[in-house]
Design a protein around this ligand. Structure first.
Ligand SMILES: Nc1ncnc2c1ncn2[C@@H]1O[C@H](COP(=O)(O)OP(=O)(O)OP(=O)(O)O)[C@@H](O)[C@H]1O
Length: 806
């Protein structure tokens, strides 16, 4: 048999080798992936040479140290045969010399060969085990304090990290995921997994319930263990709230959802009673909150109460209004009107005046109603009244006293452009990093006036954090368009605030955009009122309608785009918006086609492949998550301006350089998951952005997704031109479908804190949130009693599920 036959990659039998690491060829800075050369001392496979290249996930591996590697031989298309390591262990140095080499290696900075020799001489060959078992042993080795500390620290840490990575590998996590998990829990990793493997599903992006459940099974958690059922219930509430945008659910919905989740994951049917019992325990422990027939994750329950209480505190803190305000205001408004060359309407003046006199003020209005013009007026008059300079250069080391913020990068950039003042995203303002909107750690805001735009996009978690950061004496103005889509995350904060009778507000109705009577704005207002103009299909100077079916969409979009291009529109000037990703008229299909016509592959030019997609220089791409550390946010659109191949890069990792409005950010391959092509994007992702021309395909195929707020949001993204395509019936069904109101209790909480005497059972304004929790248990018992007594059938809705579904 030839050596090549022996090295057949299909040979899956487990191989091992013992050897020392000669050289580390490559190490990824972000993951534990490394390519090393191993000098073989012993192996259970044929290998003619002294060395072999090994690849794998090594937490901490040192040159000159002997390890036992378990894995298989593979053939790399470019580099030939290699040993792919599944797991490895530090073969404790078997000889005295080996142990000395190990203790004097790079892993123990400050310990040289002499000191290492002394350690081995005094403690013997089991020196490491002895020190790990009893730290005091290092005291008699004649080492300096620093050396003693290094020795203990590194022996413990190295031992730990290696073991952890080996165990994570054993659970089937690849190097990337293993490092994400390790980075989150550090030395507690294995403890966390053994204590609650489901924590991974809740806390590590990319790990779902099913994956966590597999681990749970591996460590011996039976399908009916309370821990598993509780995890399923928590996941159930979380999933329902994320999917529907509600801040709570009910027992029936929750039990159905959890039953499906648990049964699908392990294919075992559980009794509804088991689930109901565990739900009761979760409530008794205060992990979920049941109130009447509502079941909340504690965090949303508390967020709504906290928001309401904070709003009241801020609203009720007095602001000083000078006796001469009326006169001064009348003069200042005239001055601003002169500067802007406009005359404010009655409602606009009312808005500016009330906003200036209120601690908290809400301002809503559709496109063109003058929200930005009002913000400019408020800022100018506020600055004049308070004698504040609006020249940002005068605030070198000081905080600018007027804070402007919006939920997305693009919206805050627009705010900055329209006001000429600094504006930032809410995340930046709060100093939050990726994914920690709900964290309670954040900056405290400084300044005297805060204006937040695009409020409809702010969800309960972020708003709770924002309210916590606002000092009680700050004046706050929330601006938005209540008819746009609600936030992606749970809640409908802006709509709820507006629905509260206790907060001063104004809804602007008059449209001021004059230029040539924009028919896009007329259309937007018609949609908002639940109708379509009779001339919807007639061509106008700024909008047109092309009738076609789902299968013709791709071709029609192609023609429209080619026409726009020939008329001199740049790729960034027009945006295709669609409601769905899948299907012949879906975002994915359209992006594929649009990339081919707008940025085709040119032989010899660089392109990289990722998840069956190609990325090329010049591609328009969308960022899918918030990344405040790079100042890029969910929904930001950028352009690929560079591709760095593995060969060209110092760390041998390929990357894309993406330009987001002059902010160039490097994306390593592991981060490509955060971007996608943006020739066509979803309407949700377009919220907070505006485009010169919007091309909007709508077909009946999308029916499930269509509603009035969605169509309204899409149409209002168009600044100059709107091209509607598709089936008129799809547009009609959109306007008829009023977006179902989200289930939230913020309005209820606001009423409770503002009017505690209104006989409302929930009016606990006098109590703190923790005191309110006292009532959870009684309420939960009621709910679960209902289930047990058969008044709520937890199997309702499961009629369509057959054993085959599981
Ligand atoms: N009182 C007014 N008199 C004349 N023009 C006005 C008046 N108010 C606003 N405008 C003009 O109407 C247009 C729309 O106003 P503005 O941009 O403030 O509205 P908006 O509500 O912020 O709209 P959008 O949400 O579409 O940006 C602008 O060109 C603005 O200059």
């Amino acid at each position: 048999m030839s050596q090549l036959d022996l090295l057949n990659t299909n040979d899956e039998t487990e191989k091992y080798m013992v050897g020392s690491v000669d050289a580390i060829f490559f190490e990824s800075p972000e993951t534990f992936y490394k390519v090393v050369q191993v000098k073989i001392a012993q192996a259970n496979f044929n290998w003619d040479e002294k060395e072999i290249v090994a690849t794998g996930s090594f937490a901490d591996i040192n040159e000159g140290i002997e390890y036992r590697f378990v894995g298989k031989l593979v053939t790399h298309p470019r580099y030939g045969q290699q040993f792919q390591v599944f797991n490895y262990q530090n073969e404790m140095p078997s000889s005295k010399a080996g142990l000395i080499t190990y203790l004097s290696s790079d892993a123990f900075v400050g310990i040289g060969e002499k000191s290492a020799a002394k350690i081995v001489e005094i403690l013997g060959m089991d020196a490491i085990e002895q020190i790990i078992a009893d730290e005091k042993k290092v005291k008699k080795l004649g080492l300096s304090q620093k050396q003693q500390a290094t020795l203990i620290e590194n022996l413990k840490a190295n031992n730990g990290t290696q073991q952890i990575i080996i165990e994570l590998n054993g659970f089937g996590f690849g190097s990337q995921m293993a490092s994400s998990i390790y980075n989150r829990y550090r030395e507690k990793t294995i403890e966390v997994i053994h204590e609650d493997p489901y924590k991974l599903a809740r806390e590590i992006p990319g790990i779902g319930f099913k994956r966590a459940d597999q681990i749970a099974e591996k460590i011996g958690l039976a399908a009916d263990t309370p821990q598993r059922i509780k995890a399923g219930l928590l996941q159930g509430i979380y999933d329902i709230c994320q999917e529907k945008g509600d801040t709570y659910t009910n027992a029936e919905q929750l039990l159905n959802q959890t039953m499906v989740l648990l049964s699908n994951s392990r294919r075992v049917q559980l009794s509804p009673d088991l689930l109901a019992d565990q739900l009761l325990e979760l409530a008794n422990d205060g992990i979920v909150v049941a109130e009447e027939n509502r079941i909340y994750l504690r965090k949303y329950y508390e967020s709504e109460w906290r928001i309401a209480e904070r709003i009241k505190e801020i609203k009720e803190t007095k602001i000083k209004i000078d006796s001469g305000f009326e006169n001064e205001f009348a003069q200042l408004i005239e001055k601003v009107e002169e500067q802007l060359g406009i005359k404010y309407g009655i409602d606009q003046i009312k808005a500016i005046k009330e906003a200036l006199q209120s601690k908290i003020y809400l301002l809503t209005g559709g496109p063109g109603t003058g929200k930005t013009t009002i913000i400019n007026g408020i800022v100018a008059i506020y600055a004049a009244l308070k004698d504040i300079s609006l020249d940002i250069n005068e605030y070198k080391n000081e905080q600018f006293p007027i804070l402007l913020a919006a939920p997305t990068g693009r919206a805050s950039k627009r705010m900055n452009e329209t006001t000429g003042l600094p504006a930032s995203t809410i995340h930046r303002l709060l100093g939050l990093s990726s994914g920690d909107e709900d964290e309670r750690e954040h900056n405290q805001l400084e300044g005297s006036l805060l204006i937040v735009d695009e409020m409809s996009m702010v969800d309960t978690g972020l708003f709770d954090t924002l309210m916590d950061a606002i000092p009680t004496n700050m004046q706050v103005i929330f601006v938005g368009d209540k008819d746009q889509l609600p936030s992606v995350g749970p809640g409908q904060v802006f709509a709820d605030l507006l629905a509260s009778p206790d907060l001063p507000k104004i809804e602007l109705k008059a449209i001021y955009r004059q230029e040539n009577e924009s028919s896009v704005i007329t259309l937007a207002h018609a949609i908002k009122n639940g109708t379509l103009p009779t001339d919807i299909k007639q061509g106008k100077s700024d909008r047109s309608f092309i009738e076609c079916n789902a299968y013709q969409i791709e071709n029609v979009v192609r023609q429209v785009v080619e026409k726009a291009k020939s008329k001199g529109f740049k790729t960034r000037d027009f945006q295709i918006l669609a409601p769905m990703y899948r299907g012949p008229a879906g975002i994915d299909k359209l992006n594929e086609m649009l990339q081919e016509i707008l940025n085709p592959h040119v032989t010899g030019k660089k392109q990289v492949e990722f998840n069956k997609l190609h990325f090329r220089i010049g591609d328009k791409v969308l960022h899918l998550v918030n990344s405040p550390e790079n100042n890029i946010f969910n929904g930001d659109i950028g352009e690929i301006v560079g591709i760095v191949t593995a060969k060209e890069s110092k760390d041998h990792q390929e990357s894309l350089i993406i330009d987001f409005d002059d902010n160039e950010v490097e994306f390593k391959r592991k981060d490509w998951i955060k971007i996608r092509l943006a020739y066509c994007i979803s309407i949700h992702k377009a919220q907070g952005s505006e485009f010169k021309m919007v091309i909007l395909p709508m077909v009946q195929q999308y029916t499930r997704m269509l509603n009035r707020n969605l169509l309204y949001t899409a149409v209002t993204r168009a600044k100059d031109f709107l091209i509607l395509l598709g089936e008129p019936a799809a547009y009609m069904s959109s306007v008829k479908q009023v977006a179902i109101n989200r289930e939230t209790t913020l309005v209820k909480r606001l009423t409770a804190v503002f009017s505690p005497s209104e006989g409302n059972n929930d009016s606990k304004a006098e109590e703190s949130v923790s005191e309110k929790r006292e009532d959870y248990v009684t309420n939960t018992i009621l709910t679960v009693d209902l289930i047990n007594s058969g008044k709520i059938d937890p199997m309702i809705g499961m009629g369509e599920i057959t054993p085959a579904s599981f």
